[in-house]
Ligand binder design. Structure first.
Ligand SMILES: NC(=O)c1ccc[n+]([C@@H]2O[C@H](COP(=O)([O-])OP(=O)(O)OC[C@H]3O[C@@H](n4cnc5c(N)ncnc54)[C@H](O)[C@@H]3O)[C@@H](O)[C@H]2O)c1
Length: 370
């Protein structure tokens, strides 16, 4: 049994990690400020009663210090999460994500504590575009598509030699090209944690989550989570709106598999000081997500393919999970269809405000969308 501090433990992913830690007999403390954009001013009813809930911010140094002092393990999940929004709320995202993590590391470096392990929630967004293969040039890590290319609706990536590229699973070794302030803060978080923890001999692991979905995802936060955004549209009788042509792809991983990865990394030393992808290993198009949800809801409408695009959006990125399989024996257990059904079953009892049009308009107003 360990004393575990989960920052952001009232959030979507953090709360499932808390449940599993409690189930396994750990003493768990949650530090979470109940960010209004995520929680709409409510304390979530799913918060585990067997965990101690401390309402507060990772930006409150003294409070953070008190919660760290008692912990053996820290699972740092707290963050502002929203790619588009981070591009016009730069200081807000930088403060919560970078300075919040810096406070944690200042505490570990300078204050008395017993921390023996730190896990940080990193993100696939740090990659920018995923890995690709060119039949002439081999494996390449291309830059983002230019605005000019996207305006001409040539959605797929072209190699510098002129041939069309084929997406392949992205390994941890791919160079990072974060394409938003959010992604930059996630890269900062993992690099700061690994660098400082290594210097002080505190085992640390950065888990690069891919597109996580599942129950408890905020259905009213239009800035994050494509499956939840589509669900909230469908529940409000609007067809999902899809950018580009819907052929862009990601790796959708169930929150339960993210929990599995955290528990494995916490208990084993095999991945200490490593970065690990956490995904399903499968490539799924955005149109497939919309079609699957519409089908499971038994609705008739077809997704609206808008051909609009978000500047700097990635075309394809899905995980190569061979490293986490090898080091931690991780095996994704929830299939895409099972996971989407679970999301829908949960969503039927949830209120969801469809604020997608408002969020899209914000991006347009800021010139971030065409
Ligand atoms: N959901 C995904 O697909 C995904 C993918 C990659 C990485 N991640 C990372 O996983 C972590 C959890 O994300 P999530 O999807 O559960 O998001 P979430 O918004 O549901 O959870 C984040 C939690 O952090 C809390 N929080 C925000 N700012 C805080 C602060 N200053 N102090 C204390 N608490 C604060 C929020 O109140 C919320 O409960 C984040 O670090 C995120 O960057 C998520």
């Amino acid at each position: 049994m360990a004393k575990v501090l989960v920052t952001g433990g009232a959030g979507f992913i953090g709360s499932f990690i808390v449940d599993e830690l409690v189930k396994e007999g750990n003493e768990v403390v949650i530090l979470d400020n109940l960010e209004p954009q995520v929680h709409q001013g409510n304390t979530p009813d799913y918060i585990n009663n067997s965990a101690k809930f401390v309402k507060g911010s990772v930006l409150d140094f003294e409070l953070f210090k008190k919660t760290v002092e008692d912990a053996d393990v820290i699972l740092h999940q707290a963050a502002m999460v929203g790619v588009g929004q981070s591009m016009y709320q730069v200081s807000r995202y930088s403060s919560a994500n970078v300075i919040g993590t810096a406070y944690l590391l200042d505490i570990l470096a300078n204050e008395k504590h017993n921390v023996k392990k730190v896990l940080v929630a990193a993100s696939m967004s740090s990659y920018g575009e995923g890995s690709y293969k060119c039949e002439s040039c081999g494996i390449v890590s291309p830059p983002l598509r230019t605005e000019e290319q996207m305006k001409s609706k040539k959605w797929e990536l072209i190699c510098s030699c002129g041939k069309q590229l084929v997406p392949i699973p992205t390994p941890e070794s791919k160079p990072l090209h974060p394409n938003s302030v959010y992604a930059i803060t996630k890269q900062n978080q993992e690099q700061m944690v690994l660098t400082v923890c290594q210097a002080y001999g505190i085992p640390a692991v950065a888990l690069r989550y891919f597109n996580v979905y599942g129950p408890r995802q905020s259905l009213s936060n239009p800035y994050t989570g494509v499956a939840a955004i589509f669900m909230s549209r469908i529940k409000n009788n609007n067809p999902p709106t899809i950018f580009e042509n819907g052929g862009q792809s990601r790796d959708f991983v169930s929150v339960h598999d993210i929990v599995q990865a955290n528990l494995l990394a916490m208990k084993s030393s095999a991945a200490d000081y490593e970065v690990l992808n956490v995904g399903s290993g499968a490539q799924t198009t955005i149109k497939n997500v919309a079609d699957t949800l519409i089908k499971l809801y038994g609705k008739e409408f077809v997704p609206q393919i808008t051909s609009s695009f978000r500047k700097g959006d990635v075309r394809h990125c899905f995980a190569d999970i061979s490293k986490i399989k090898k080091l931690l024996n991780f095996e994704p257990k929830v299939s895409f269809e099972q996971g989407m059904q679970e999301l829908i079953d949960w969503g039927s009892s949830q209120k969801s405000d469809d604020k997608v049009d408002q969020a899209t308009q914000e991006l347009r107003d800021k010139g971030l969308m065409e």
